[in-house]
Design a protein around this ligand. Sequence first.
Ligand code: AMP
Ligand code: MG
Length: 492
Amino acid sequence: MTLQFAFEHTYAALPANFFARVAPTPVAAPRLIKLNRELAIQLGLDPDQLSTPEGAEILSGKRLPEGAEPIAMAYAGHQFGHFVPQLGDGRAILLGEVIDRDGVRRDIQLKGSGPTPFSRRGDGRAALGPVLREYIVSEAMFRLGIPTTRSLAAVMSGESVMRETVLPGAVLTRVAASHIRVGTFQFFAARGDTEGVRRLADHVIGRHYPELAKAERPYHALLDAVIARQAELVAHWLLVGFIHGVMNTDNTSISGETIDYGPCAFMDEYDPAKVFSSIDEMGRYAYGNQPRIALWNLTRLAECLLPLFSDDKDKAIEQAQSALGEFAEKFTTAYQAGLRAKIGLSTMADGDEALVQDLLDAMTTNQADFTLTFRRLGDAALDADNDEPVRSLFIDPTRFDEWAARWRQRLALEPQTPAERHEAMHRVNPAFIPRNHRVEAVIQAAMNDDDYAPFEELLTVLAKPFEEQPRFAAYAEPPEAGQRVTQTFCGT
Ligand code: AMP
Ligand code: MG
């Protein structure tokens, strides 16, 4: 047997209450639907061997690869604002860590691999639809340049899972910088286990923020660093129209990667109040609320770290508050810089923020498609003769015309040539995002017809989101009236 993972197990070496040792539950008839060959190579794995029947057994949890030390990680979390002291990996099992070709430690985790001591009432399984959705969207995020967990493989289990209906089961192999969450810190803090919090913080510093080990106050620096990464991450999300959908603290990664793709979605027409998730009735996790929620989640992290800050509680709180106070500026800086780039500004001037905001406001009232507006604006930047495709996205196109006149006055102050600007804008404004109706069509073809050609084609298109790809131009289009997806489901 030569199917080798060079596993290491730094997390499994932490104290026993950090996790439960549990093996995946074998599935009936694993069938590989997708292997991410490029990622396999990046992880030092042999894609040809992973494509064999034995590979499918490993990627479904039916067979444990040599050297695996399977564990389910313990964590807690605030779900929709309500604290649950024990969540944990209820349907995911960490096989181990590998060092990738860039020297980065990566978790290899099976999702949908069977029950664990943290399963509560769940079956430990995943349905095919959510597995395909996570595969597509996480890989699309990666190609958009946004920090994210990735998908190594999707395997059909050959078993059914019971949700509202009977659905085909599947297992996703997920790859992450780590699966440590804000909720992991909360697990120990909620038990008054300050030593646990400290061990976890030390592990996180060593793994994700090694430069902080030498800081004067490493735990304070850790909070600062997580705040900075989350601020940047959420800015990235907003700049591509992404709505995570379930920003619970257990779905907030300490490394700053997008994690736990559930009822996530990219918006078509711009609307800051947009919500897709069927369970988010109050719009807590609406598109425009995401920065505020990230700060709320980071505040929960700060609370966990207080005992490490100072024995003087008031002093610790004051220090945490001062760290959290940095979030708004970090977020705004990243978001505004991104917006400036999206409208083709390479320099800063007074009034830029108002200029962009006015466009966003016009897009909202005119139901303009978020992705296409910015993409086509890049063509309009080249030549005003190209305005029509943008302006026609607005219910009242004259609203765009008014804005475009001001925009061009501002562009006149820019050092770039129109050609340079056009190119720069196309580098930051994707043509292709995983639109809901496309994702849904892929899932339906897989479930109803066992047809994975649409899945493969969508992945091909999304692998080059910033390129024109004329052959796939239809994928850039928003849904027709009859194709619209208004709700997404977490599928747990
Ligand atoms: P999620 O909404 O997927 O982030 O999951 C929230 C919590 O529910 C986590 O502790 C999961 O492990 C657990 N969970 C979700 N689905 C299942 C399932 N089918 N079986 C067991 N636990 C689950
Ligand atoms: Mg989760």
